[in-house]
Design a protein. Sequence first.
Length: 265
Amino acid sequence: MTTNANKIPLIEMYGPVMQGEGVLIGRPTFFLRFGACDFFCTYCDSMHAVDDKEIEKRKTVLSAKQIAMDFLARRGNCPMVTLSGGNPVLWDLTELVNIVQEAGVAVAVETQGSVFKPWLGLCEYVTVSPKGPGMIADWEARIGDLLRFLVQLERARGRRQTTVLKVPIFGRADLDYCRRLRVELAQYSQLRRRPLPALYLSLGNFRVNTEKGLGVLPNLSFNRNELLLAYENLFNTVMTDYPELADCAILPQMHVLIHGSELGR
C-alpha cells in the first residue's frame, strides 16, 4: 500500500455534523473519511472505506493540500475536523493538519492504535479505538501494539494533547476485554508515570449489515427504543457486574440514535 502524500484516497467529506461518540460527543465537526484499513472488523460501520472494491468505487485521489483546501472552502464556521477511516493513520496527513490548523481549525483523529505516524503528535485530539472480541478475532495480540502506540504518541506530543480510548461494546466479551485492558493500562501508567488514559465504553452499532463489502447501508431502518434499551442494559451490566469499569463514561452512539445507520451522519 502506498502512503504517498499526493495519492490519498478520500472516500467522503461531510459536515458540519454532531460528533456522536467519545470525549467530543455533541461537538460540531466536519468528517474527512479516508480509504484503507489494516483491520477487517465484524461489525464495521464504515466498510465503504475498508473493502477494496468499495474504496475503488468511491474514492477521489487527491493530495493532502488539495483535501485541506477543499475542506476549508466548505467548512463555514465549523471549528473542528475529524480524520477518520478506515484507518487514516495509514496516510501521511502532515500537510493537511498543518494547513487546517493554520486556519484556526482543531484536528481530531480516530484510529485503532495499530499504526503510528509523527503527524498524530500535531493533533489536538486523538481517539484510539481498540477492538475487542466482538469485532476482531486477534484482539489479544493487538494489546501489545496498542501499548507501543501509546508510548510513541506520548513521545510525539506529551501532555499537550487529549488522548482517550473508546471501545465499541457488543456484549460481555467486550466488557471482559475492557477489564483486561484496564489492567494493562494501569501497568503502562505506572511504568510511564502517566495518568491512566480515559476509557469510554461505546454501545456498538449492532444494526450494521455484516456482509463483506457492505457495512452500513443508507437509511438502514432501526428502532430508537431498541437502541435505548440496549444502552440501558449496557449501563446496568457495567454497574452491576463490572465495578472496575464503573468510572468509565458509558455512552450510546448519539448519531445512530438520532439519524439511524445513515451514511454521512
